[in-house]
Write a protein that binds this ligand. Structure first.
Ligand code: ADP
Ligand code: MG
Length: 239
């Protein structure tokens, strides 16, 4: 059974794309068949974080009905496969979101884990990314605005009937200003699956088009991403 997981948060900059990239590559390192789908079709940057930008055929072309899905799947680090979105305004205009369901079904056949990078906000593209998933993992930073936005995303996901698996707390500083993990869990009524520390190597590696899990194998964020990857793999029976 393929696990189709959307990583969401209504707030921008909480680290959805960073989590999808690093978790995906860490799972691929564990020998899993992983596909990453950039469903942030207006602010695409998943490919950029993997050094795969500037591809000729992207999700936009597939959603426009102008290219086959197989032409928009690229090989990334450690055997992870990636479906990037384009950045051209014309491509965004031509894309038909209703075609996404077929794309997701096609990718699910090719993978054990399909990780979907959702857009920020709660516009139609974000809602569609939520409905595509079997499960949603919220990515929050430990501050009040991120938490209150995540609560909104959670309510929308529940209304859509999508299962919420848990929350990833990202950019934790370990200082007293951080909302404690227990409070985040009780507010969202979801388990905290991982706490990823604020780690400057995440940003550095992204600037070089590399995930931190391959760029800095011993950095604190890498450690937590790998731990989470192992947990998710272990919780998902083979087959
Ligand atoms: N754990 C972290 N430590 C330091 N910087 C991070 C961390 N996670 C993400 N970032 C940085 O935060 C910014 C936003 O991350 P991004 O993944 O693009 O968020 P989103 O996809 O939710 O908008 C990027 O510059 C990224 O490098
Ligand atoms: Mg993003």
């Amino acid at each position: 059974m393929t696990r189709i997981i959307t990583f969401a948060s209504s707030k921008g900059g909480t680290g959805k794309t960073s989590v999808v990239v690093n978790l995906g590559v860490a799972m691929a390192q564990l020998g899993q068949k992983v596909v990453l789908l950039d469903a942030d079709i207006t602010m695409a940057n998943l490919a950029l974080m993997l050094g795969l930008e500037g591809q000729k055929t992207t999700l936009h072309d597939v959603l426009a009905g102008e290219a086959r899905l197989s032409k928009a799947i690229y090989d990334g680090p450690q055997g992870v496969r990636v479906v990037p979105s384009g950045i051209s305004l014309n491509g965004i205009r031509r894309a038909r979101l209703e075609r996404l369901r077929k794309v997701v079904a096609g990718l699910a056949r090719k993978s054990k884990f399909l990780l979907i990078d959702a857009p920020s906000g709660l516009d139609r593209d974000a809602i569609v990314a939520l409905t595509m998933a079997q499960e949603v993992i919220l990515v929050v930073t430990p501050d009040i605005s991120s938490l209150s936005n995540a609560l909104k995303t959670k309510m929308v996901a529940e209304r859509l009937g999508v299962k919420l698996t848990g929350v990833i707390v990202n950019r934790a500083t370990g200082r007293r200003v951080d909302i404690p993990g227990d409070d985040i869990a009780s507010t969202l009524e979801l388990p905290v699956l991982a706490t990823i520390p604020e780690d400057s190597e995440v940003r550095h590696s992204a600037a070089f088009g590399e995930p931190v899990v391959t760029y800095r194998s011993r950095s604190p964020a890498t450690h937590e991403f790998k731990k989470l990857a192992a947990t998710l793999v272990k919780a998902s029976p083979a087959g």
